[in-house]
Design a binder for this molecule. Structure first.
Ligand code: ATP
Ligand code: MG
Length: 793
């Protein structure tokens, strides 16, 4: 049944109604979080179909994620029925794939083209750079990839890149770009950025194609407009058409919605210029402002407004709600990240027990994916159903698997699967052919793959070319060297460090400019932390002199406590527990399941809302990210991220930080996030402000008894030694140094990294950091407050 006009407008405020019914000229809806922008967009589509006799096939709506697209389609279907299926509702990328499949021939491609993801892209650029004799030390493949991606986001094609190149780097990039693009074509492939850039090219080069789409789509609607980049902006312009280039065809009706304060994808070229200059880009544009928020309590809004107000050069806007003040924000200062996770878990449990929230009402946010591990571990232990959205589970991540494969081979050289996994990782010149020759030889001689490798070292393997034999010799020597470290009884974390170091695995990631590789390094930091804690826990059980108390039986077949095999066993068990499906079985493949707590980064949470939100890790160096500490532009982006985090919450917002957080297996003192200072004091109810160690344990300093009970009664057998009440979380050998004052050029000695020279200093007081060159250990940026395991020489 066709809904009546009134039904679609009844539950909208006057500004929203204006946006839904506006006809003709381009429309921009700018408004703060939770003011109904997405609702307006969805409702506008329904209104077009129901009241303006627009055919669904004439509608193109663009959302930021596939999930958002599916939701929008579903909501429109709820409003107008199955007719909604003929609409195009998708992300920029899927929309372009659809157009390109149809028009591939025009671009001399076949419609069966492949789409290269960032991994494929990197691989191809590596090949190209090698063939062009480009020194990978000077121009890493990932650096080249980022530059090429940036060029594509700016719609600069290879020819123009060559013409524009003004310095050595730009010339190299352009040279690679030309060849890379040629090979993409040859392979009948588009990379991610091509999907947008080549669609723009298609529309700009072939007027008849452009006209076809302009005639077809009479309504173009874009959500999250603040996160569009130049290529996407141009694509929209081309689709809509302009007065000048359309003699007889009116431009399509354009409606975009966005919030400059929620622009958080600058690293992908997103620019709020697109919002700010909308009225100039699209003459006669109408702008509608929405100010009433329907999502959150006034307390949550006031907190969000106070934080974002600190950003310079923004248009101030006031968000208000008539839903009342609601609960205060709850703050918690944790001893360490395990304590923080325990607090979050305890609080979720309490809310569930009291019937105040289902698990599915709750979201836990962190700044980077690697922070999910501690939450996952305690949630598994407590049987709290959860789901990590976006980001691979920790132990499934490629880099973590690579490292575990090395450890497995060291523990068991006959583990052929692991051995073959790491044989050429990082690349050391043992190609597929050589691997095949070894495998065949092993089979024929009925020996293991590892033995066959030794055979190759001794020249016993026929058909193996000398270069491969040499590379294999290098690998076998490397593994022997690492094997000796294992034999010598080194701690697991130290073995891991040796693997990271001597294989060159870490160096390769650190040299890369790809943000994904930076997060890989962070994940490896986490893995070292896991290993370090594993040993410390064992040592705690064993007592100070390292002897196991007699009461602990040592079964045959059970790996020796603290040993490498014991570690590998534990990790496998965690990974198994990981894959147990949620108890309710209601996993619909989306983030917001019935009965499951959702864990995700703030970036992933954009556009979503939850009754209860936990913002965790609010520490300078974590959130805001270390990278932003000395950079006002990046800091403003982090602050927008904080604004996004707070405004996801409908009823309750929790915020927490940890005094100490492990990094590279070492406890690191983190100062409070500056964003915490920016929350108005009267809005926050601090459950615990000071760490508990001075008063002898959890919850005893007027803190959260619930969290303490939950941890204590259910969390026995934790791997974390630092949770133990009343003891120093630092363990032995820790120097307590107060705020080191360092200058560029100072020499230092660090417990972990050794001797180093200060190359840069940033920030002041509790936020002071220094970048220190530790030679072989690389350059490291460290906080200088509190307990730094480092002395000035
Ligand atoms: P964000 O900036 O986070 O993307 P948004 O501006 O897109 O937020 P919506 O998600 O559309 O906001 O709306 C926020 C919440 O408010 C939703 O639950 C929505 O259903 C509700 N809402 C919006 N407008 C109204 C209204 N007029 N009456 C009742 N509820 C509303
Ligand atoms: Mg929205």
């Amino acid at each position: 049944a066709k809904p009546r006009h009134a039904d679609l407008l009844d539950d909208l405020n006057p500004a929203q109604r204006e946006a839904v019914t506006h006809a003709g000229s381009p429309l921009l809806v700018v408004a703060g979080a939770g003011s109904g922008k997405t609702r307006v967009l969805t409702r506008r589509i329904a209104y077009l179909l129901a009241e303006r006799d627009v055919h669904p096939g004439q509608i193109m709506a663009i959302t930021f994620t596939n999930k958002a697209a599916a939701e929008m389609r579903e909501r429109v279907s709820d409003l107008v029925g199955r007719r909604a299926n003929a609409m195009w509702v998708s992300t920029f990328h899927s929309m372009c794939v659809r157009i390109l499949r149809r028009e591939a021939k025009t671009l001399d491609m076949s419609s069966s083209f492949s789409i290269y993801d960032s991994d494929d892209t990197k691989r191809l650029i590596t090949l190209v750079a090698r063939d062009l004799d480009i020194d990978p030390k000077k121009y890493a493949a990932r650096t080249l990839a980022i530059h090429i991606s940036n060029l594509k986001n700016e719609l600069i094609d290879p020819d123009k890149a060559v013409a524009d190149a003004g310095n050595d780097l730009e010339r190299r990039v352009a040279e690679v770009y030309v060849e890379y693009q040629r090979r993409l074509n040859q392979a009948n492939a588009f990379d991610f950025d091509d999907l947008i850039m080549r669609t723009v090219e298609l529309l700009q080069t072939f007027p008849d194609v452009a006209e076809y789409y302009r005639r077809r789509f009479r309504h173009v609607l874009v959500d999250e407009y603040q996160d569009t980049n130049h290529a996407q902006y141009t694509l929209i312009r081309e689709l809509v058409g302009t007065e000048e280039n359309e003699a007889e065809l009116e431009p399509a009706e354009l409606c975009v919605v966005g919030d400059a304060d929620q622009s958080i994808y600058a690293f992908r070229g997103a620019t709020i210029r697109n919002i700010e200059e909308f009225e100039r880009d699209f003459p006669n544009a109408r702008t509608v402002l929405l100010e009433q928020n329907y999502r959150s309590t006034q307390t949550i809004l006031n907190a969000a407004n106070a934080v974002i107000a600190r950003n310079p050069n923004r248009r101030a806007k006031r968000l208000w709600t008539d839903s009342g003040d609601g609960e205060k924000i709850v703050g918690y200062v944790a001893d360490n990240e395990h304590d923080e996770a325990a607090f979050v878990a305890g609080e979720i449990d309490a809310l569930a027990d009291k019937g105040e929230a289902d698990y599915s009402d709750v979201a836990v946010f962190y700044r980077t994916n690697n922070q999910s591990r501690v939450f996952e571990e305690i949630f598994i232990r407590l049987g709290l159903p959860y789901k990590v959205v976006g980001g691979v589970r920790f132990y499934e991540r490629r880099e973590v698997r690579d490292m575990l494969a090395y450890l497995r081979v060291l523990a068991n050289p006959e583990d052929t699967v692991s051995l073959r996994r790491v044989l050429n990782v990082p690349k050391r010149g043992i190609g597929d052919r050589a691997e095949a020759v070894i495998a065949t030889y092993a089979e024929r001689e009925r020996i293991s793959f590892a033995q066959a490798l030794r055979g190759a070292v001794n020249g016993e393997v026929p058909l193996l070319n000398p270069r491969s034999a040499k590379a294999i010799t290098g690998f076998v020597e490397l593994m022997d060297e690492l094997g000796e470290i294992v034999e010598s009884g080194a701690e697991v974390a130290d073995i891991l460090e040796a693997v990271l170091e001597r294989t060159g695995y870490r160096a390769e990631l650190e040299e890369s400019d790809d943000p994904q590789d930076a997060s890989r390094v962070e994940n490896l930091t986490e893995l070292v932390t896991v290993a370090r804690e594993f040993t410390e826990f064992t040592a705690e059980v064993a007592g100070p002199d390292g002897e196991l108390p007699e009461a602990v039986p040592v079964d045959p077949g059970v790996p020796e406590p603290g040993s490498l095999p014991a570690f590998l066993e534990r990790v496998s068990l965690v990974a198994d527990a990981d894959s147990i499906p949620a108890a309710d079985g209601g996993d619909d493949g989306e983030g917001h399941d019935a009965g499951v707590v959702t864990l995700m980064t703030v970036h992933t949470a954009k556009g979503l809302e939850y009754p209860v939100v936990f913002g965790t890790g609010w520490e300078d160096g974590i959130f805001p990210h270390m990278r932003a500490l000395g950079d006002p532009t990046e800091l403003a982006e982090e602050r927008r991220l904080a604004y996004v985090a707070i405004t996801r919450a409908r009823k309750r917002f929790y915020v927490s930080r940890s005094m100490v957080r492990s990094a590279w297996g070492q406890p690191q003192m983190n100062p409070a996030s500056r964003f915490l200072d920016e929350l108005p004091a009267d809005l926050v109810d601090w459950r615990r402000l000071a760490p508990s160690s001075s008063s002898g344990g959890f919850g005893s300093s007027g803190g959260s008894p619930r969290a303490a009970t939950t941890w204590g009664s259910r969390g026995g057998g934790s791997s974390s030694p630092s949770r133990s009440a009343g003891t120093s979380p630092f363990g032995k050998g820790w120097k307590d140094t107060v705020a080191l004052k360092l200058d560029v050029g100072d020499r230092v000695s660090h417990d972990k990294y050794g001797l180093g020279t200060v190359v840069a200093c940033d920030g002041a007081g509790p936020r002071a950091t220094a970048t220190i060159d530790f030679g072989a250990a690389g350059k490291v940026r460290l906080m200088l407050i509190g307990s730094v395991p480092m002395v000035k020489l």
